[in-house]
Design a protein around this ligand. Structure first.
Ligand code: SAM
Length: 210
């Protein structure tokens, strides 16, 4: 794994503040999404059962953080692999109506719930695809994003056939062991989120380019 080039930066206060502003300017729809997530979570398991509203709000802020990073800003087509209940894809689609999102999960009932939420929220920039990410077919270059769903080497090998321009992954700070077995040298930027708040301690956003 030494052949990969890894750099580390901190995410600035301004970036966290800009994310809060983005949340505030789409508050009504984001709060509606949280209501939907709780409603569906009572029926099927999307997030942990006893999770508080405050924690879910933190997950939405966390989801929106990547909107401040250049790979997200410059790409119109985005695939969220292992989206579960729609994180980070739904908050990003709400706040970026000009971008197109594919939300992917291997579990069909999760995808059905996400489809209902998307319909309820009136979002027309989301397509849902229920299969393993390894079987996705897509010809247009896109940004691959994923929050706490895969080890880096697993996601890398499952998507090697796809034309992703970069991956942005929501990881813990210590993800380097997950690079084992990846042969081509990667350029990796690790953004340490620890400065954000207690919620972000030990968390990182990881940008990977091949
Ligand atoms: C820990 S959950 C994370 C969900 C969401 N990203 C979040 O942050 O709340 C991981 C998700 O990855 C999905 N998953 C696991 N293997 C997958 C695969 N091969 N292809 C697509 N989705 C997969 C699971 O069904 C699950 O919903």
């Amino acid at each position: 794994m030494e052949h990969h080039r890894i750099t580390t930066s901190n995410v600035s206060r301004e970036t966290f503040e800009a994310t809060k502003d983005l949340y505030a300017s789409h508050k009504d729809l984001l709060e509606e999404y949280i209501d939907q997530l709780f409603w569906w979570n009572d029926r099927i398991n999307l997030v942990s059962r006893d999770v508080s509203r405050e924690t879910i709000e933190n997950h939405l802020h966390h989801s929106l953080l990547i909107s401040q990073l250049s790979p997200f800003i410059s790409e119109k087509n985005i695939i969220d692999a292992g989206t579960g209940g729609g994180l980070p894809g739904i908050p990003l689609a709400i706040t970026h109506p000009g971008k197109s999102f594919i939300l992917n999960d291997i579990v069909t009932k999760k995808c059905l719930a996400v489809k209902q939420m998307v319909r309820h929220l009136g979002l027309d920039n989301i397509t849902i695809v229920d299969r393993t990410v390894a079987n996705l077919q897509y010809d247009t270059p896109f940004l691959l994003i994923s929050k706490h769903a895969f080890k880096v080497n697993d996601l890398y090998s499952m998507t090697s056939h796809l034309p992703w321009t970069a991956m942005v992954l929501y990881k813990g700070l210590e993800f380097q062991g997950e690079l084992a077995g990846i042969e081509p040298p990667l350029s990796i930027e690790r953004y340490d989120l620890t400065e954000g708040s207690d919620f972000y301690k030990g968390k990182a956003l990881v940008i990977i380019r091949r």
